[in-house]
Write a new protein. Sequence first.
Length: 464
Amino acid sequence: MANKYHIITYGCQMNKSDSERIATVLKSSGYSPTPNRKEADLVVINVCSIRQSALDRVYGLISNIKNKKSRLYQGLDEQIKTQIKNQKIILTGCILPKDKEKLKNKVDLIFDINQLTNLPQMLSQTNTNLSRHLAIKEFDNLAIKQLNNYLSIKPCYSTFPFAYLPIMTGCNNFCTYCVVPYTRGREVSRPVEEIICEVKELIKRGYKKIILLGQNVNSYKSKTPNSKLKKVNFPKLLKIVNNLPGDFWLTFITSHPQDFSDELIETMTKCEKVMPYLHLPVQSGDNQVLKKMNRHYTVAHYKELIKKIREKFAKIREGFEKNICISTDIIVGFPGETKKQFAQTARLMREIKFDMAYIAKYSPRPGTAATKLKDNIPLKEKEKRWKILAKILEKTALKNNKKYLNKTVEVLIEKQSGNSLYGQTKTFKNVKVYSPEQKITGEIVEVKIKKISPWGLAGELIKN
Ligand code: SAH
Ligand code: SF4
Ligand code: F3S
């Protein structure tokens, strides 16, 4: 019987995409996936450390698995006992060195995601003293072994009809609150040829939405030696992908306002496959706070960027594509954030009228520069500030969605459940489609919007 693995993924799209590559490596080492954690020989936890709450969930899960192991152990037959006793927990993803030390003795293996190509060897070393259930097949997939960057591993895509496609990993920005430069290291861009290959493969397999990933896609630089495509920056890459033949939508996350160039605005608007959607984290609406965060832009610069982007889309695109959907990230309660400074963020939110905002309460991360500042905003006050922003968002998002009422829009169907279909517009709005008819996931259909809420739209299928 083949050994089974079960992957649990925390964190952002980058981790989700990494898990798709972990799956490839495990499959080529003779493991098969199981949706049931209990019957897995190998439980892989892909960790996120962006906030303490994310990490606490990992600690919770590990002790949960271990408790269950000891509880289930009583009164079970020998074979299941052995299975459970030998279940291995391995960790990867974004883990700070201090946490690695703490977690080391709680799990069987911690590996750096950059070392993914070596995972089979690492596993076989960990397993030398274990039962036959864990005897790992000799790693013979030379194609994977010889790759020097784990991103070159072909992923087992798991989100049809859309796919995450990392174009780079790591970050050089060192925002003072953020762990990413410490957990993922410095920026590394993937060769443009490799990205093109992956996109072509996705198009061939019928994928309809491609999401280019990077901690800061704006700093993408193709560094392929001996290549004609050596000097490809992000706007050029976007254009190359847009011009590949096929019927698909294209988008990217995440961009940094400090280096969002006019060339990128021009390219976004003119490339017809690029979705009228932009996630542009602002973090704060106060210049002093932004400075303390090491964000390298001002509120005025951010507002000017949004204005330019909105104007360009309104001018160049047609119909609903004229209204670009804009989302952001905001941190409330950064060390020393005064009530006045927070009020500036609330003001900015009212002004910009975001379609979506991921609002986070500041969480001190060991080793980052901001930990030198006192985390002096009490949790209660952070919660209060969070609620104020969430209310503003609810209003602006609802107002923005009103434009869709009684209009017909194109929707990419992403899943089916019961009598309904679920998908997204090209502007990244979630749509529930009431439909007694079966439509296949991955189709782009026309929907008449009958209901709206701040968080999405609902409507009926238009029959062709
Ligand atoms: N690369 C992206 C963001 C990656 S992290 C960017 O530059 O915007 C995702 C979001 O998590 C950040 O935008 C930020 O809003 C939030 N975040 C990061 N560190 C945090 C911390 N210590 N406390 C609270 N929120 C944090
Ligand atoms: Fe973190 Fe800043 Fe890099 Fe984003 S740009 S990953 S917030 S350091
Ligand atoms: Fe978390 Fe790492 Fe993403 S810290 S948010 S999984 S880059």
